[in-house]
Design a protein around this ligand. Structure first.
Ligand code: SF4
Length: 286
């Protein structure tokens, strides 16, 4: 299948200033770090890196899952995570003077703990090296492994982010190894068992209906989640799932209004929005 849709005007690439871009690029490469900005081909890369921000990708650059929307490389058995990655990330956060550090990772279903120990070590290292920096963890579902989830949640990140990504009827087609209810349960656990500020996100333009999007927002609100990102899905390559529609800025605005009506505190809804875009805006505890 190939996407035949032409990109609308509101999705033409923007370029920000280059003030910090080169510095961010050098820092990431000199420290041997992976970023989801690059691995997932984020359209905001130039803008974010130019403003000195990036989202670190933990546990290597290869994922054990094969979601059809994601540009990250899939491998059944990627190399073992580097033991000094937590320290390298912590140092990079300091050098970039990040007030808010966003951490995410590939899924490592091949590891016994799903990579949760490395996750916890990274949060602790970032905090130790940068006591004034807030930390957001955008985590995978760890196949619902309660111990793995608790290991991370007990580090008490300032924001616990877990994306539902799309509406439940599309899971089989685009993320067959995930489970919508399981993802809701991750958010519920973080909020109700740990009292964390929770956040989630989804992409639109994958063939879902508007009512299905509203229903996902209802479900998220029901878990206690109060921060959400909604962005346009973009096909990373011809072998990925094709874009089914380009959602208009007006429709994104309708989703924002609906979500705010449900009690969401921070709703980032727009064509370029990604789960870590303007992430510090979600730093409102509730
Ligand atoms: S939106 Fe997030 S993933 Fe994209 S470039 Fe910015 S920090 Fe990186």
């Amino acid at each position: 299948m190939k996407s035949e849709l032409r990109k609308p005007e509101w999705l033409k690439m923007r370029f920000g200033g280059a003030a910090h871009f080169a510095a961010t690029k050098m820092l990431v490469s000199q420290n041997g770090l992976n970023t989801v900005c690059r691995s997932a081909q984020c359209p905001n890369l130039h803008e974010c890196w130019s403003s000195g921000t990036a989202t670190f990708l933990l546990l290597g650059d290869s994922c054990t899952r094969g979601c059809r929307f994601c540009a990250v490389t899939t491998l059944a058995s990627p190399p073992l995570p580097s033991p000094d990655e937590p320290e390298r990330i912590a140092r990079a956060v300091g050098k970039m003077r990040l007030g808010h550090a966003v951490l995410t990772s590939v899924a490592r279903d091949d590891l016994e703990d799903g990579g949760s120990s490395a996750w916890a070590e990274t949060v602790i290292a970032v905090r130790r090296e940068n006591p004034d920096t807030t930390v957001e963890c955008l985590i995978p579902d760890f196949k619902g492994d309660q111990k793995a989830l608790e290991r991370i949640m007990s580090t008490r990140p300032d924001i616990l982010n877990h994306n539902v990504e799309t509406v439940p009827s599309l899971y089989e087609a685009v993320r067959p190894q995930a489970d919508y209810e399981r993802s809701l349960e991750v958010l519920r656990k973080a909020r109700h068992d740990f009292g964390l500020t929770t956040k989630s996100g989804l992409m639109v333009g994958m063939g879902e209906t508007e009512d299905q999007i509203l229903s996902v927002l209802d479900d998220l609100a029901d878990t206690g989640c109060r921060h959400v990102t909604i962005g346009q899905y973009l096909q990373p390559s011809p072998r990925h799932y094709p874009v089914q529609s380009y959602v208009t800025p007006e429709r994104f605005e309708c989703y924002r209004v609906y979500a705010e009506g449900l009690g969401f505190r921070n709703v980032q809804s727009g064509p370029y929005v990604r789960s870590s875009y303007n992430a510090a805006a979600s730093l409102q505890p509730y």
